[in-house]
Design a protein around this ligand. Structure first.
Ligand code: ADP
Length: 587
């Protein structure tokens, strides 16, 4: 947060009138909506959320016990903003962008005390700035003026802030500078540094939002194969306890082909958050062998952070994501969990005595959720580049009941739904994404990409798989009543093919060196091999070969080993030719 530097803008103090949990009312405060204020003798950070006559309502980002009427409230006159610049990657922040390691140093503990402020990026570190413009060049808002090697993996682009006028470059520096030193000057008088501030509740501007047509390839067969998400798309993933939510998120953070990952841990139980904070810095980017954190920014609400900071963390995260998008990067933002975020809104709303909507959530729940997901997208940027923010929100419906308001409102907005299923997890079917309940509305718009980059018949082959799985679902009901053997042979065969789809294709072991990542071409070839088995088997059946004989063919169980095969092209070629030969020899 940047307000600590802005003490010169401090205005007249107000006085606390009442305190109700995270909500404080003050009188005589000269403030505007969303101004950041310091509350009480300890100077706790808060934000103005309502003004009525002389009375100002503030949500406070820190624990308010012990704060009482009569204490002062100081206005910074600035909206809640994030500090943007080199140093954001590899950082772990709390919900209002205070770096946890800096706080820890100041406090001597990871559990934050109150009234401590710290800027979001380090103002003392010097960064190597290499300009990409010359004196005399003309630059506009959003244009890139230079580069900084921020981490091992990412080159940070220094941009003209979006709210600048722009103009002709009159001076350019090159070399080592702190983020607040001027590196480029314009004839408009504007000075460009490596540091920008941006109010979190305001989307950073871009030229146009475009229809996303490129998938965010995850290397997870069920996602790329059946429920793909676009770069710039939105997805929701419910996470009942033990359903593999953490593993799925790690897999996405590691393997999804995003340049940058922003991970927002929003109000999950303390130990889960600690897990994330401990796990992530250990993870390796499998593609480069470098630490995953060098392209990741982590925002974590520690267990003792009050609800208001939970409400803000989502905005902090998406603003950081937009900033890297503006450099032309593809950013994936993962928010875990939007349910806790909604609960924070509910708590604050009830303190404000607002008219409650469904299940006590504020009437603006749907609007807030859609405002958040709206900021995702693929954009034509002000500087002519393209960039994207993909938003993946976990939801944690109490008792796994998808009919509750947060899940329902989320489903109306997002275009991809990956339904993690506790029953599948219990049966050790991983990733435990339920193929009957999940969906992706991007399939069609991504089909041209898959046709061009994987195989021309990708959509047809996928549809074949979907149909078989659907049929299996229907047949299962009958099987439960009368048993498998009572089914006609062709239906028994369909069940056998569906079993291979589930076990050999949909299941994927995140902990196996080879299977952990499956490139789309391999995903396709594996599916095609199962279809080859299907086609050959049905031909044989028609020729009068009994189902058991077809099932017993030597090569068939090898379908289960495609996933772990390193030399998969050769393995599948050979398997397909053996399947054909052996099944055909039956008749
Ligand atoms: P949650 O976060 O939902 O409580 P986890 O992600 O920790 O659940 O998953 C629980 C366990 O399930 C893991 O420890 C692991 O053994 C198993 N698991 C989950 N996903 C996979 C996967 N894709 N591949 C293999 N095992 C998995």
């Amino acid at each position: 947060m940047s307000q600590a530097q802005d003490t010169e803008t401090v205005q007249e103090d107000g006085v606390i009138e009442s305190v109700s949990g995270p909500v404080v009312t003050a009188t005589d405060l000269d403030a505007r909506m969303n101004d950041v204020v310091y509350v009480g003798d300890e100077g706790l950070m808060g934000e103005v959320i309502e003004i009525e006559g002389n009375s100002t309502t503030i949500q406070v980002y820190e624990e308010t016990s012990g704060v009482g009427p009569g204490e002062p409230v100081e206005n910074t006159g600035e909206p809640l903003s994030v500090d943007l610049g080199p140093g954001v990657l590899d950082a772990i922040y709390d919900g209002v962008q205070r770096p946890l390691d800096v706080l820890e140093e100041k406090m001597g503990t990871a559990f934050l005390d109150r009234g401590v402020d710290a800027p979001g990026i380090d103002f003392e570190t010097e960064w190597e700035f290499t300009p990409t413009v010359d004196v005399g060049d003309s630059v506009d808002a959003g244009d890139i003026v230079g580069e900084v090697p921020e981490t091992e993996s990412i080159t940070h682009k220094v941009m003209v802030p979006p709210d600048y006028e722009g103009g002709e470059v009159t001076s350019v520096e090159s070399g080592e500078f702190t983020v607040d030193e001027v590196v480029v000057e314009l004839d408009s008088g504007e000075e460009i540094t490596m540091h920008q501030e941006w109010p979190v509740r305001q989307a950073r501007p871009a030229d146009t939002k475009e229809t996303p047509t490129v998938p965010l390839v995850s290397g997870q067969r069920i996602l790329d194969g059946l429920f793909p998400i676009a770069k710039g798309g939105t997805a929701a993933i419910p996470g009942p306890f033990g359903s593999g939510k953490t593993v799925t998120q790690h897999q996405l953070a590691k393997w999804a082909d995003a340049d940058i990952v922003v991970y927002v841990g929003c109000g999950e139980r303390g130990n889960e958050m600690t897990e994330v904070i401990e796990d992530f810095p250990e993870l390796e980017d499998p593609k480069t062998g470098k630490p995953l954190m060098s392209r990741t920014c982590l925002i974590a609400n520690t267990s003792n952070m009050p609800v208001a900071a939970r409400e803000s963390c989502i905005y902090t995260g998406i603003t950081i994501a937009e900033y890297f998008r503006d450099m032309g990067y593809d950013v994936a933002l993962m928010a875990d969990s939007t349910s806790r975020w909604a609960e924070a809104m509910r708590e604050i709303s009830s303190r404000l005595e607002e008219m409650p909507g469904e299940e006590g959530y504020p009437a603006y729940l749907a609007a807030s959720l859609s405002e958040f997901y709206e900021r995702a997208g693929k954009f034509q940027l002000m500087n002519g580049l393209e960039g994207s923010v993909t938003a993946i929100g976990a939801v944690s419906p109490p008792g796994g009941d998808f009919s509750e308001p947060v899940t329902q409102n989320t489903l109306r907005i997002v275009k991809t739904f990956w339904a993690l299923d506790a029953d599948l997890a219990e049966r050790r079917h991983f990733p435990s994404i339920n193929w009957n309940e999940s969906y992706s509305l991007y399939r069609q718009q991504l089909d041209p990409w898959f046709r061009d980059n994987v195989s021309d018949d990708w959509p047809e082959v996928r549809q074949w798989a979907v149909d078989v799985l659907d049929e299996e679902d229907e047949l299962q009901e009958i099987v439960q009543l009368v048993g498998k053997d009572a089914l006609p042979e062709d239906q028994q065969l369909t069940l056998e093919v569906a079993r291979y789809l589930r076990e050999a294709w949909l299941q994927q072991n995140a902990f196996h060196d080879v299977d952990t990542y499956c490139e789309p071409k391999k995903t396709y070839r594996m599916l095609l091999a199962i279809k080859t088995f299907n086609d050959e088997a049905f031909d044989a059946l028609e020729a009068g070969v009994p189902v058991e004989e077809i099932q017993d063919v030597d090569a068939v169980p090898r379908l289960n080993r495609m996933n772990t095969s390193d030399e998969w092209n050769e393995f599948i070629d050979e398997l397909e030719s053996d399947l054909k030969e052996q099944i055909r020899s039956l008749y």
